[in-house]
Design a protein around this ligand. Structure first.
Ligand SMILES: N[C@@H](CCC[C@H](N)C(=O)O)C(=O)O
Length: 270
């Protein structure tokens, strides 16, 4: 099985080209591939499938040639991955499979238009984030209220008073399972200066990661809400680098670096 490895602000992915949807990619095989000791190691898998070959997103086939079939490190399926889309785009461009000027990628969370910036960064239009109310995350016995933000996938973004660097995110933070029956991605952030936030994240299905694109958008929405804003340009510092989020009235954009670092032949089987 041919693979590539890439990352966006150190949110890392194994890319599996499977244009004709021939791979039987079970949850167990994904978990093996993502295992950092017994496998290649990654926060998730991006399977590259022709949209028309996928029954899941066939409705997007006229507008996007390629479908990002995203899986979390534990093998679970997610609707969207902001850094994943950007790395997926980098792969398509490098492989000559997409017009670098502008193209769109099909995801379970909907169509995601992409463009390459003059400095090489990749920007993706992330749709309109939806604020669904409030809830509480618990970390190390402390309760942190936050905003529920849907960015195609579910997030709970909590501003905290303590520096995020002090948090112990080695375990799943507590959350209200009645509010999030399918699980949730939890961001904890410190607003710093003007339109800037420092964020850590515990991802559903992957644990703590060094970055999360949809999480950065959710954080920007929650940070803006603290000052009564719904629009603006936000810098979100994550453990693996810096992301830029633009919030407009009806759209959000996520921008940052995305690189491919390796390719090879995978010998793992289920
Ligand atoms: N790292 C991703 C989000 C991946 C999906 C998430 N873990 C979920 O289950 O919803 C990103 O960059 O957005």
């Amino acid at each position: 099985m041919r693979f590539l490895k890439g990352h966006g602000t150190e949110n890392d992915f194994v890319i599996l080209p499977d244009p004709d949807a021939e791979l039987d990619l079970s949850a167990a095989l994904v978990a093996k591939i993502c295992d950092r000791r017994a496998g290649l190691g990654a926060d998730g898998v991006l399977r590259v499938v022709r949209t028309k070959r996928s029954h899941e997103v066939a409705g997007q086939a006229s507008r996007a040639e390629w479908f990002m079939d995203y899986r979390n490190a534990d093998g679970s399926v997610a609707e969207m991955c902001g850094n994943g889309v950007r790395v997926f785009a980098r792969y398509l461009i490098d492989a000559g499979l997409a017009d670098p000027a502008e193209f769109a990628i099909a995801t379970r969370g909907g169509l995601r238009p992409v463009r390459v910036e003059p400095n090489g960064d990749i920007t993706v239009a992330m749709g309109k984030p939806v604020v669904e109310g409030e809830s509480v995350a618990t970390v190390g016995g402390c309760e942190y209220p936050g905003l529920r933000v849907n960015v195609g996938n579910p997030h709970l973004a909590c501003a905290i008073g303590d520096p995020v660097v002090q948090l112990d995110l080695t375990h799943q933070p507590g959350f209200d399972i009645g509010v999030f029956p399918g699980g949730v991605n939890i961001e904890l952030f410190n607003p710093v200066g003007v339109s800037r936030a420092v964020m850590r994240v515990f991802e559903r299905g992957s644990g703590e990661t060094r970055s999360c694109g949809t999480g950065a958008v959710a954080t920007a929405v929650a940070a803006a809400a603290l000052s009564g804003d719904t629009t603006g340009t936000w810098t979100v510092e994550v453990l693996g680098g810096t992301l830029t989020v633009i919030l407009e009235a009806d759209m959000s954009y996520l921008s940052g670096p995305a690189v491919i670092v390796a390719s090879g032949e995978l010998m793992l089987a289920e």
